[in-house]
Design a protein around this ligand. Structure first.
Ligand code: ADP
Ligand code: MG
Length: 733
C-alpha cells in the first residue's frame, strides 16, 4: 500500500475509534486518517507549569488563579452520597504535601479510575477547600507510569483543545478521548505524510517539514514549535493561492493577445473640453496608466480603486471613448438597475454635449432586466449590429442572448459585488477585451494583493478640489425635531436631503424605523410644505427610476429612502443625508451612504441618528481601538462604528476599522464577493507572510510559467490534485 492509500484509510483503523465512533466522525467530515491528522486544535493550554503541592499551595494563597499541574500518589478515596447526589473526593500526596480532587458528577466512573498507590498528574485551577486544603474540582489528569514520557497527554505539557461537535459527544467522545484518538493517529501515521512544499521553498522560508508540523500543531514540544507549525500551514495555504493568482496573471498577460489601440482622432481631447471641471492629478495619473495598457497589445486587466466620490466614472468613460475612437464597443456593468440607469443617463448627457461640439454621435444603449421586451430586443439588435457604441447594463450583460459585435473594453463598476467567476464570464464574450474593474470599497492592501493579485492596481488617492469634507454628526433620537427643522431650513438655500431608514415597512419583529410610515408621517408634520419623494427596494425598477429622476431634477427637496441609494448614486445637489437607526448599519455601508452627499461644492452633512444611550456612550468612550480589549470592543461595536464615522472621512481608515471590528471572516460579505476563505491564515495579522508567499509564488511562475522544472513538479502535482477547479483559467491543466 502506498503512503497515500494508508492515509486515506478509514478512521476506524485508529485505536479507540471503532465502527460506531467512525460513523460519528464521518458525519462531521472526518473520514480518513488524514482528515484526523488535519483536525487541528482550536487552541492550546500551557500546562507545563508543574509544581510541588506545597509550592502550589503558596501560589493559591498568593491569589494565583491560573492553571497548574501537580503530580501525586493516591492515598485515599472518599465516596459520599447525599440523597441522589454523589461526591467523590480523592486524596493525594507528593513529597512536599497533600492535595485533593473532587468530582460532583460521574463519581461512579472516576472511583474506578483512581486506585490507591497509583500516580497521577493533575491539571486545573486549584482553590482552597473550606477546611483549608489545596483542592481541584473536576481536574484533567493523566496516569503516570514508569514510562513517563508517554503518559502526559492531558497535563504537564502544552495541551491541545479541540472543538468537539455534538455528533462526537453523543458517542462519548470528550476532550480526553479525542486527544487520545488523535494522539494515536499522530504517533502511528504522521510519518506517512508526504511533503506539500518544494524543499527549497521550505528551507528558504524556514518552514518545518509537514510531519514535524502536524505533530507540533497537535502536541507541541514548545510554544515556539507550535508557532512554527502554524506558520508553515499558513504559508502553504497562501503560497498555493498566490501560485494560482500568478498563473492567472501570467496567462492573461502572455497567452492572450489583446487589441492594441491608438489615439485616432480628437475625440477624447474634445470630450475633455466639454467637462465643467478639470480632472484631478490623481485622475490624470490613473488615466495615463489605463491609456498605456490600452495602447499595448497585452490585454488590460486593471483594478481602479478610489474612495466614494473620487470621480471614477469619468475616468472609465474616457477609457470607453478611447475604445470607441478605435472602432470598438465599450460596456459598463453596474450592480443595480438604478445605478445602470444613472450611468446611462449621465453618459448620454455627456455624449450630447460632445455631439454639439464635434457633430459626432456616440450611441449609448441600456440593457437591464426590467425593460419592456420590445425595447430590449431593439437594444440587443443594436448591440449585435454595432448600432450601439457604449453599452450600459447590469448582469443582464452576461446573458447568452447578448452578442457584442466588437467588444473592446469592459468596465465593471463597484467590483466588490461581483465574483471572480462572473468576471470571467463577461470576458469570455469578447476576444480578450480590456478590463477595468472599479471599486470604492477600500480593500486593505493585503487583501488586494492576494485576491486581486492578477490585476494591476490604479488608485485615485485624491478628491476633486472643490470638495469640502462632509461634516458627520452623531445625535440621539431626541434631537430629531431639531434635525428635521435643519433640513427644512436648508432646503430654502437649495439643499436637497436624503432621509434613510433601515426598513421599507413597519415590522413587528424589529423595532426599527421604516420608510413607508415615516414618509406618511413626515409629509404631514415636520416636512409639511416641502416636496418629499420616496424610494425603496420593493418598488418596481421604473418607479425607482422615476423617483430618482425627479429628485435629480430638483422636483423633490427630500428623498425618503432605504439603502437602495447606497451604491454609486450621484446627485450633486444632495448635501444632507440623515441616517436613522444608524447603529444598525455596517461601517462600510455607512461610508457608502455618506458618499451620496458632498459631491458638489457646498458644505455637506451626514447626520447619524441613534438611541440616546449609544450616542452618549460614544462621546464618552473616545478610546483608540488599539487600547480596547476584545470584549470591550464586542460590547460597544455600534458606538465605535458611529464614532469612527464622526472621526474619519477617509475610506481606507474606515475599512481598516471595519476589518478590526468584524474580523477577517466577515469583511464586506467575503464569500459572495469571491474572496477566498482561509483555513489557517488571517488576513490582518498575517500580512507579512502574505507578502512573502506572494513573492515566492510570483518568482516561481515568472521563471517557470508552465511548471516544467524538476524542482517544481511537486507544485504541479499539488495543484492538479487539490486545486483542479481553479486551474481553468491558468493554462496549466
Ligand atoms: P465615484 O468615484 O464614487 O464613482 P463619481 O464618478 O460618481 O464618483 O463622481 C462623483 C462626482 O464628482 C460626479 O458628480 C462627477 O461629475 C464629479 N467629478 C468627477 N471628477 C471631478 C473633478 N475632477 N472635479 C470636480 N468634480 C468631479
Ligand atoms: Mg461610482
Amino acid at each position: 500500500m502506498s503512503k497515500e492509500d494508508i492515509l486515506n484509510g478509514s478512521v476506524q483503523y485508529i485505536k479507540a475509534v471503532g465502527p460506531k465512533r467512525a460513523e460519528a466522525f464521518n458525519k462531521v467530515g472526518i473520514k480518513t486518517i488524514k482528515d484526523l491528522l488535519f483536525y487541528f486544535p482550536v487552541r492550546h493550554i500551557d500546562r507545563t507549569n508543574i509544581l510541588s503541592a506545597s509550592k502550589a499551595y503558596d501560589y493559591v494563597l498568593n491569589g494565583y488563579d491560573g492553571e497548574l499541574t501537580i503530580i501525586g500518589k493516591v492515598i485515599k478515596k472518599d465516596h459520599r452520597r447525599f440523597g441522589k447526589r454523589e461526591i467523590l473526593k480523592v486524596h493525594f500526596r507528593d513529597e512536599s504535601g497533600f492535595f485533593e480532587c473532587v468530582w460532583f458528577q460521574s463519581a461512579k466512573y472516576f472511583i474506578n479510575v483512581f486506585n490507591e498507590g497509583n500516580i497521577f498528574a493533575v491539571s486545573g485551577k486549584p482553590t482552597t477547600s473550606k477546611y483549608g486544603n489545596l483542592q481541584f474540582a473536576h481536574p484533567d489528569f493523566d496516569r503516570i507510569t514508569e514510562d513517563e514520557s508517554k503518559s502526559f497527554l492531558n497535563t504537564g505539557k502544552i495541551i491541545p483543545i479541540y472543538r468537539i461537535p455534538k455528533e462526537l459527544r453523543s458517542k462519548n467522545i470528550g476532550d480526553f478521548s479525542l486527544r487520545k484518538i488523535i494522539n494515536n493517529a499522530v504517533e502511528n501515521y504522521a510519518e506517512q505524510l508526504e511533503e506539500n512544499l518544494p524543499d527549497y521553498i521550505a528551507s528558504d522560508n524556514n518552514l518545518p517539514d509537514i510531519k514535524e508540523s502536524v505533530i507540533n500543531y497537535h502536541f507541541p514540544l514548545s510554544k515556539e514549535k507550535l508557532a512554527e507549525a502554524k506558520r508553515r500551514f499558513k504559508f502553504e495555504e497562501l503560497f498555493y493561492l498566490e501560485i494560482l493568482v500568478a498563473l492567472r496573471k501570467k496567462q492573461y498577460k502572455s497567452k492572450l493577445t489583446g487589441h492594441s489601440l491608438s489615439i485616432k482622432t480628437h475625440l477624447v481631447k474634445d470630450f475633455l473640453k466639454t467637462l465643467p471641471f478639470e480632472l484631478t492629478k490623481a485622475q490624470l495619473k490613473v488615466l495615463s496608466e489605463i491609456k498605456n495598457d490600452m495602447m499595448s497589445d497585452v490585454p488590460m486587466n486593471r483594478l481602479l480603486q478610489g474612495d466614494v466620490g473620487s470621480g471614477k466614472t469619468i475616468v472609465a468613460l474616457i477609457a470607453m471613448l478611447i475604445a470607441v475612437d478605435n472602432g470598438f464597443q465599450a460596456a459598463i456593468m453596474a450592480p443595480t438597475e438604478v445605478l445602470a440607469d444613472q450611468h446611462a443617463k449621465n453618459i448620454s448627457n455627456y455624449m450630447k454635449k460632445l455631439k454639439e461640439l464635434t457633430h459626432r454621435e456616440i450611441k449609448v444603449s441600456l440593457l437591464i432586466g426590467g425593460q419592456k421586451k420590445s425595447l430590449r430586443n431593439k437594444n440587443l439588435e443594436d448591440i449585435e449590429l454595432k448600432e450601439a457604441d457604449i453599452i450600459v447594463g447590469t448582469h443582464a450583460l452576461f446573458e447568452e442572448k447578448v452578442r457584442f459585435s466588437n467588444l473592446g473594453l469592459i468596465v465593471i463598476d463597484e467590483q466588490h459585488r461581483f465574483g471572480v467567476a462572473q468576471r470571467g464570464k463577461l470576458q469570455a464574450k469578447g476576444i480578450t477585451p480590456d478590463v477595468i474593474v472599479m471599486s470604492a470599497t477600500p480593500i486593505p492592501r493585503t487583501l488586494t494583493m492576494t485576491v486581486y493579485g492578477d490585476l494591476d492596481l490604479s488608485i485615485i488617492d485624491e478628491m476633486p478640489s472643490n470638495r469640502k469634507p462632509v461634516k458627520t454628526i452623531l445625535r440621539g433620537e431626541d434631537k430629531l425635531p431639531d434635525i428635521l427643522k435643519f433640513i427644512k431650513d436648508k432646503s430654502k438655500e437649495g439643499y436637497q436631503s436624503f432621509i434613510v431608514y433601515p426598513l421599507v415597512e413597519e415590522s413587528e419583529l424589529l423595532e426599527l424605523k421604516d420608510a413607508l410610515s415615516y414618509y406618511e408621517m413626515l409629509r404631514s408634520t415636520y416636512l409639511k410644505n416641502l416636496r418629499v419623494g420616496l424610494v425603496h427596494g420593493r418598488m418596481s425598477w421604473q418607479e425607482k427610476e422615476e423617483a430618482m429622476l425627479l429628485f435629480r431634477k430638483k422636483q423633490f427637496d427630500v428623498l425618503i429612502a432605504t439603502t437602495v441609494i447606497e451604491v454609486g448614486i450621484d446627485i450633486p445637489d444632495a448635501n444632507i443625508i440623515l441616517i436613522n437607526d444608524a447603529n444598525r448599519f455596517g461601517l462600510s455601508q455607512l461610508h457608502q451612504l455618506r458618499g451620496r452627499v458632498g459631491r458638489g461644492n457646498k458644505q455637506a452633512f451626514c447626520i447619524l441618528v441613534t438611541k440616546e444611550e449609544i450616542a452618549k456612550r460614544s462621546e464618552k468612550e473616545n478610546k483608540e481601538l488599539e487600547f480596547m480589549s476584545s470584549s470591550e470592543i464586542e460590547k460597544q461595536k455600534a458606538a465605535i462604528r458611529l464614532q469612527s464615522m464622526v472621526k474619519y472621512n477617509d475610506g481606507f481608515k474606515i475599512a481598516e476599522i471595519d476589518l478590526k471590528l468584524r474580523g477577517p471572516g466577515d469583511i464586506f460579505g467575503l464569500r459572495q464577493s469571491g474572496f477566498p476563505e482561509f483555513k489557517y491564515a488571517d488576513i490582518i495579522t498575517d500580512s507579512k507572510l502574505i507578502l512573502q508567499a506572494k513573492q515566492e509564488a510570483f518568482k516561481i511562475i515568472d521563471e517557470d510559467p508552465e511548471l516544467k522544472l524538476p524542482d517544481n513538479q511537486s507544485i504541479k502535482k499539488i495543484l492538479t490534485k487539490n486545486y483542479s477547479d481553479n486551474l481553468r483559467y491558468s493554462g496549466i491543466a
